[in-house]
Design a protein around this ligand. Structure first.
Ligand code: NAP
Length: 248
């Protein structure tokens, strides 16, 4: 039986995993919630780099890897690309299109943490929506700033920073309330694409606030690339149907 390895950690991946039959595997890094209601197998934790992934693909007789990791999880995507080439396994990828600035948007691109710090130097009440990276810099907050950091980690924060431990999707009213309560004057974001976390951009737009956008990492090629979970899921079900038919 030819098996699928789905690399996840995103809502898109979970939507695909929900359609995967039990012979196949959904893989998570282990940072977030592990779904317990899937028909497919769920494995948690890294593979041990490219070599570990090559071994896994061979041992588990994986015929197709579907990379549905987050667009900023570039290391996992690179490892999948390398390992699939070595093990001669097909690779598909789900790559959500990046958000595009709309009229009224004031986006300022930043390539890394240092550039982010420079871009926000003149502001006082930044909202970070980058995941956990700002937690490593809590001791570097300038006296003129108070940070609001939204991420999945429960963390005490400090006198100059509040950690909002929350998981999307986020809607407009909730985002407006957060911006009001925290008196946000600049937003720092990854360009994740998709609907679940885009409401903050609309609120920044309606308030004329700048958004410092962390540039997307370059991602490797794949045999097939899908814009969204639904098209990847449909193609996968078709592939599974064809594979199953050709084997029976
Ligand atoms: P990363 O830097 O690309 O990957 C770091 C390491 O974590 C990988 O080398 C791999 O370890 C392991 N890993 C990552 N995804 C895995 C998966 N689906 N299954 C098994 N191992 C995995 O990734 P990251 O940015 O830390 O993100 C970690 C996970 O969170 C990803 O699955 C991603 O989809 C999800 N996520 C990330 C973001 C983000 O902004 N980066 C946002 C939302 C969700 P080994 O080398 O040992 O195999």
């Amino acid at each position: 039986m030819k098996r699928v390895l789905l690399l996840g950690g995103t809502g898109d991946a979970l939507a695909i995993a929900r359609a995967l039959p039990d012979a196949h595997v959904y893989s998570l890094a282990g940072l977030g919630r592990v779904p317990a209601d899937l028909a497919c197998a769920v494995r948690v934790g890294g593979f041990g780099g490219i070599d570990g992934l090559v071994r896994y693909l061979c041992d588990e007789k994986i015929a197709l890897v579907v990379d549905a990791t987050h667009p900023y999880a570039a290391q996992m995507s690179r490892h999948a690309h390398e390992a699939c080439a070595i093990a001669r396994v097909a690779l598909w990828a789900v790559r959500r299109p990046a958000w595009q600035p709309q009229p009224g948007d004031d986006w300022r691109e930043a390539s890394d943490w240092r550039a982010i710090v420079e871009r926000i130097a003149a502001f006082h009440r930044p909202l970070f929506t980058l995941g956990r990276e700002p937690l490593a810099h809590l001791h570097e907050i300038p006296a003129s700033q108070y940070w609001t950091i939204r991420c999945l980690d429960a963390h005490p924060g400090n006198a100059r920073a509040k950690i909002v431990d929350a998981r999307g999707p986020f809607d407009l009213d909730g985002e407006r309330a957060l911006f009001d309560a925290a008196r946000i004057d600049v937003v720092i974001s990854k360009n994740s694409g998709g609907r679940a976390t885009e409401a903050k951009l609309a609120v920044a737009r309606e308030r004329g606030l700048p958004v410092v956008m962390l540039a997307r990492p370059a991602l490797p090629a794949a045999d097939r690339i899908f814009d969204d979970a639904a098209s990847a899921r449909d193609a996968l079900l078709q592939w599974l149907g064809q594979t199953h038919t050709s084997e029976t």
